[in-house]
Ligand binder design. Structure first.
Ligand code: FE2
Ligand code: FE2
Length: 467
């Protein structure tokens, strides 16, 4: 039974932990059967499976039935430094155990991160039924099994380091449900339905990318097991974001080809650029909310205690000052319909600092999509919404602005929202475009073909063998 949990964390040496995980495993599997991809559990899917940091590759590629996927527990490479390098504990030894005084915060961080992993599987569970190609279908399932492995990663930390509380939290991870009225997932973006593939591409572009930034900040943590666990997760996460970025690029390419030919995308069941822009607005802003308040005492505590660093805290030349006690952050606020600037202590602004780096990263994606429009000779451009637009968390939650972040009066805001965010009719239209295509090498009409296959296989490869 033990070899059913591949690991590089010496699970063999800890019988108590083994027993706890083996008790959790059947509950996980019934959750997967109930809430994992619906209708494809018996099919064989060409998947990447993480196997650890051995001499060879960190992953293997083969056909697997999803319930037989070998979800493992892996730590990344040892840290560059064995001492804490930011916050109030600089110079002290990294922690191998949870310090009593930071136990509550660490547990909260791990539970919040862990909860997002099964949530996204739940959000995406029906998408297989309308996949635009066999490769896309495979990519969806790759993302799903890896998110489930990330749940394993967080559950391992809870079981290993948090005793009874940790085991209870691990059970709760399988009990909450995305979008459930009484027992929802913790963070709001993970309760939003992903009912079509444009939403899926936006989610993997924007929401998985928030995941990247959260994981990166945890990979700087003074709590070494958390840092090394998240570091390994990031290797899988890179692919999820590429699914989103290239997916949106393919949508833009298809739409721009039609526009260049003078055709209305709607006339052939493709997606107009305005709708793509609205989806970007919706998912980018929901993802901004995941960073938390721009001015946050929690963020200050996490940084001070060495729990969460900035993006690339250890290496980035911008961060010469790893104490960040004397510096300030210039926060733009919207007050009585005007943008005003206020200096806040840098430690309190750590969420905003992380969000700034995230926005820059997203802009690179936008630039690539706009290149497609430019190359098609079209004047239209897509834009990333302002971090002030459509916010429900943080400094701008109560401030109505347009997508560029300019304050607008509430009545105008209410009137214009249908031009800025997808309406029910827009979503219905997008759903009507989602005609499944399962023939190897073929692609639906609303999206351009992918430019390359997966795992060294060609586009025409039979990525899913239906039973
Ligand atoms: Fe994940
Ligand atoms: Fe992901």
């Amino acid at each position: 039974m033990l070899d059913t949990i591949p690991n590089n964390v010496n699970l063999e040496e800890d019988p108590k932990l083994q027993r706890a995980l083996l008790r959790w495993q059947p509950d996980f599997l019934s959750w997967w059967r109930e809430m994992g991809p619906e209708g494809f559990q018996e099919d064989r899917v060409f998947l990447r499976t993480a196997v650890g940091l051995g001499a060879g590759d960190w992953a293997v590629y083969d056909y697997v039935k999803m319930p037989d996927y070998r979800w493992g527990i892996f730590l990344g490479h040892p840290r560059k430094k064995d001492t804490i390098y930011f916050g109030d504990h600089i110079g002290e030894k990294l922690w191998e155990q949870v310090p009593g005084e930071h136990r509550k915060e660490l547990r909260r961080l791990i539970v919040t991160q862990g909860d997002t992993e099964p949530a996204s599987v739940e959000q995406q569970r029906l998408l297989g039924k309308s996949a635009p190609s066999l490769l896309d279908l495979r990519n969806l399932f790759q993302v799903n099994v890896e998110e489930a492995r990330h749940l394993w990663a967080m559950v391992y930390l809870l079981h290993r380091h948090f005793g009874k509380d940790g085991r209870d939290e691990a059970e709760e991870m399988l009990a909450r449900r995305s979008g459930h009225p009484d027992h929802p997932r913790i963070l709001q973006a993970f309760n939003k339905p992903q009912t079509d593939w444009l939403a899926f591409y936006c989610f993997t572009m924007f929401t998985d990318r928030d995941g990247k930034y959260q994981l990166c900040s945890l990979s700087e943590s003074a709590f070494d097991p958390l840092a090394r666990t998240t570091q390994f997760m990031l290797m899988e996460e890179a692919f999820h974001m590429s699914v989103g970025e290239t997916g949106l690029q393919r949508v833009v390419r298809r739409t721009s080809e039609l526009m260049r030919e003078g055709k209305d995308p709607r006339s052939v069941g493709a997606i107009p650029l305005e709708i793509v822009q609205k989806y970007i607005n919706e998912w980018a802003t929901a993802s901004y909310d995941l960073f938390g308040g721009e001015d946050s005492s929690n963020a200050a505590t996490y940084f001070a205690s060495g729990l969460k660093g900035r993006y690339n805290e250890i290496d980035d030349k911008r961060f010469g000052d790893h104490v960040a006690l004397d510096a300030a952050y210039d926060l733009a606020l919207v007050e009585s319909g005007q943008v005003k600037h206020k200096e806040i202590p840098l430690r309190r602004a750590m969420n905003a600092v992380l969000l700034d780096d995230y926005v820059e990263d997203c802009q690179r994606g936008l630039a690539r999509w706009n290149k497609v429009l430019e190359e098609a000779g079209l004047p239209e451009r897509l834009t990333l919404p302002s971090t002030r637009f459509n916010r429900h968390v943080g400094a701008y939650a109560e401030a109505p602005t347009d997508p560029q972040g300019n304050p607008v009066d509430p009545a105008e805001h209410a009137r214009k929202l249908k031009d800025w965010l997808p309406t029910a009719a827009d979503k219905e239209y997008v759903r009507s475009c989602m005609i499944p295509v399962y023939e190897p090498g073929k692609v639906a009409g609303w999206v351009a073909p992918p430019t390359r296959g997966f795992g060294g296989k060609p586009l025409e490869f039979e990525y899913v063998l239906f039973h």
